[in-house]
Structures are given as C-alpha cells and as structure tokens.
Design a protein around this ligand. Structure first.
Ligand code: PLP
Length: 433
C-alpha cells in the first residue's frame, strides 16, 4: 500500500512546534504513543474528516464524543449561526441556559440543579470542591485509569501497595495535594469496602467514570457501582459520577439511567456542548444549594453558559432525544465491533477483542476485554500502533492511542461502517504479515 503524501500536515506540525508545546493544544493529538505525524484537519462533515493534504477519513473519534449527530449537522449549524448573530457573549443570564438545564434535569433526574461550565475539567474540579465544602471533609477516592480532567488533586496514581494515597502523575502537583486522594483499581469491590472501613469518615467524595472511557473502554463489574453507592450512603460521602464522556453518549439517560444507580453529583461535558466548549455539574438540590451565590462554595466562569455553546448543545441534545436515536447508534456501533472481531479472526488474529456501550467503543489487542488499567497496559500495544497506522493509511481515523476509546455518530450507519470494515481487512492482514 502506498503511503499518503502528508507534506502539508508535516509542514504545519513543524511550524506548530515552534509556538505551541509539542505542536498541539492537548497532548494525545501529538501521536506520541503511536508515533508519526499528526494530521492537521481542515473540514468535517457527517462521519468524515478531511486533512490539510486533501485526504478523507472516516472519523471514529467524533471530537472525543461531541459530534454524536455527525459533524456540521445542519440543525446544529443553524442554531449556532442564529445565536452568534445575536451576540457571542453577554456575561449575564439567558433563556437558553434555563432551557438546557431543564432538558438535562428531565433526562438525568438525579441532576435536580446544575451549573454550566466551559469544560469537563472545570465541572469535575468544581464538583470536588463542592463535595468537600458540603461534607467538611478533604479526602477523595478515585480509580486507576479513570481520567477526570487535569485537576491537580485528580492527576494521581496509586503508590505501591494496597490502599495507598496517591502519587502525582504530573510535575507541578504538590505531593501534599496528591496525598488528599486515595487510589484503587477500577472494579476492586473488596478494596472499596476496605477503604471505607478505614477512611470512610474522612472521605468527602468518590469520583468514578461509571463506564470508564479513558483507559480504553472498561465496563463496571457487576456490583462495583452498587457497592460505591452503598458505601457512600453509609459514610455520608458524596458519590460523583463523572459522565463527561458517557453522558448522552451511552444513552439519553447516561450510565446512571442504563444501570439505574443514582449518584449524588454528576459531571458532564463533551456531547452536552455539541462541539462547542461546555461542561456542567449538578445533582442533589441540598448539595447544589451550597454553591455561590446561595452557598459558601465559590464557583464562577466568565463564559459559563455561553449563548453560542448553549445553542449548539441544545440543538444536539434535541436530536439525540428523538425516538430511536440511541437504539440505532447502539446497533451500528455493536455491529461494527462484531465485524471487526470477524475480520481479525479471518486474518488469524486471536488476540483481539472489542466492546461497546451505546455509541462508544473499545478495541483491544488482547484475547479478552479488560477489567482494569493493568489489562490495557498488558495488551499488545505495539500491534495496535501498527494497526492504527495501517487504518490511517486506508482512510480511517482511529484514536491515536491504545488507551483511548472510540466514538461513532448516527451518520456512520451504512456506508461509513462498511468502509471501516473494508479498511480493517487490509489492516489486519498487514499487522499479521
Ligand atoms: C474528557 C473528560 C474530562 C475532561 O473534560 P475536558 O472538557 O477535556 O476538560 C473529564 N472527565 C472525563 C470522564 C472525560 O472523558
């Protein structure tokens, strides 16, 4: 297979590295783990992306989730244009924010009240502060491999030994901040019970991705989320479901609706902004009433509830709540997974598996789907990297890391999925050669 000419992307990447660290405004975009030159994009429409050298790709990232109705959907673009013509930002309240909050509450009833932010990171950072302000406690429990944005106290990993306090995963996070965070393996039910037995009275919050999507896709084991709910209720700890990735992505009611578990607080991002910068945090009214100006927990944002972002979000959410939307997206995604597994087997590859929940999916170069971070680390990441490039060269844009999940839009049904499967046939053959 002849390699693509990517000279424009290469030139832009070289230029970018002179003014932007690593040439990118968010690390995974730099292709650090798969190697090679990141593509610079100029345009997106429906399920497709076009790079600066004119190549077309089937997009399986969808901007890491938001483009769930397909890129540049006419209804979303129309809403954005209309909002923009009325002024980009007022720094004052608008009707759209109220409509969006009511729409979210109607679909995620646990979010009795909420506050809009400009990113998922702001949402999780604020939710943690709120949980601490509400409980008067400091410690937070998180799980290895879950990502909650670049919040100081959440950029931590487990130290050695069971039930240790966290070690920073980033320079610039003071060890004293990391020491406020406990870290356990995802799905470690016994670990959760032991942690609460020892530290429950000091725990302000547990924060969890209820379906993990930042160590590739990892499902919660039966009883894991239920145990978190029970232990938090007993200890008076705030249970935070970080649904920044899963909210309006796995279904119209989030993981909490799929699994029928009610968190105390929920954080949202990605799909809620429909491709514009937006996040939200919300939950129990008695907790949310601790937020300023009615309560003592400070939280604010100059561009929070930005009218253009709210318009994009509302237009997107109205489409995803149409009857049959998630049934169709879920079916398309799971059919793609089955097709990929078949193609892998046909090429003689046993160490490949795939899974999906709603419109998010995981591809693993291992015999079985992972249950925790270590399983993803132990997968054949070198083969994934070769597969990634083999697919890219065939016009399919996968997430550029074995630790990332993938995302489809409603516009991937039919031809785009067929294109992915056809590319995969060649790519699996290439990585088995
Ligand atoms: C993407 C993500 C975040 C961070 O959101 P940003 O908008 O990138 O700040 C937080 N939590 C989860 C689960 C995410 O997937």
């Amino acid at each position: 297979m002849t390699q693509q000419n990517i000279s424009t992307s290469q030139a832009l990447f070289d230029q970018a590295q002179r003014t932007i660290p690593g040439g990118v405004n968010s690390p995974v975009r730099a292709f650090g783990s798969v190697g090679g030159t990141p593509r610079f994009f100029t345009r997106a429409q429906g399920p497709y992306l076009w790079d600066a050298d004119g190549h077309r790709y089937v997009d399986t990232i969808c901007s890491w989730g938001p483009a769930i109705v397909g890129h540049a959907h006419p209804k979303v673009i129309e809403a954005v244009k209309k909002a923009a013509e009325g002024g980009l930002s007022f720094g004052a309240p608008t009707r759209g924010e109220v409509e969006l909050a009511e729409w979210v509450r109607d679909h995620l009833p646990s979010m009795e009240m909420m506050r809009l932010t400009s990113s998922g990171t702001e949402a999780t950072m604020s939710a943690i502060r709120l949980a601490r302000g509400y409980t008067g406690r400091s410690k937070v429990l998180k799980f290895e491999g879950c990502y909650h944005g670049h919040v100081d106290s959440l950029l931590v990993k487990a130290g050695s030994g069971l039930l240790t306090f966290g070690n920073p995963t980033s320079a610039g996070v003071p060890p004293s901040f990391a020491a406020e965070t406990l870290v356990l393996d995802y799905n470690d039910i016994q670990g959760v019970k032991a942690c609460f037995a020892e530290h429950g009275a000091d725990l302000a919050a547990v924060i969890v991705e209820p379906v993990a999507g930042n160590m590739n896709l990892v499902r919660p084991a039966p009883g894991f989320l239920e145990t978190l709910r029970d232990e938090c209720t007993k200890a008076g700890t705030v249970l935070i479901f970080d649904e920044v990735m899963t909210g309006f992505r796995v279904g119209a009611r989030g993981v909490q609706g799929l699994m029928n578990i009610t968190p105390d607080l929920t954080t949202l991002g990605k799909v809620i902004g429909g491709g514009m910068p937006m996040g939200a945090f919300g939950g129990r009214k008695d907790i949310m009433l601790k937020v300023a100006p009615v309560g003592p927990v400070y939280q604010a944002g100059t561009l929070s509830g930005n009218p253009v972002a709210v318009a994009a979000g509302l237009a997107t959410l109205r489409i995803v709540s149409e009857a049959g939307f998630f049934e169709a997206l879920t079916k398309t995604t799971s059919e793609l997974m089955q097709g990929l597994v078949q193609k892998a087997r046909a090429a003689g590859l046993e160490a490949f598996s795939a899974d999906s929940v709603g419109g998010m999916f995981g591809l693993y170069f291992s015999q079985e789907c992972p249950k925790a971070m270590a399983d993803v680390t132990n997968s054949d990441r070198a083969r994934f990297n070769r597969f990634f490039h083999a697919m890219l060269n065939r016009g399919v844009y996968l997430a550029p890391s074995a630790y990332e999940a993938g995302f489809l839009s409603i516009q991937h049904q039919g031809e785009p999925v067929a294109e992915i499967l056809q590319a995969a046939e060649g790519a699996f053959a290439e990585v088995m050669a």
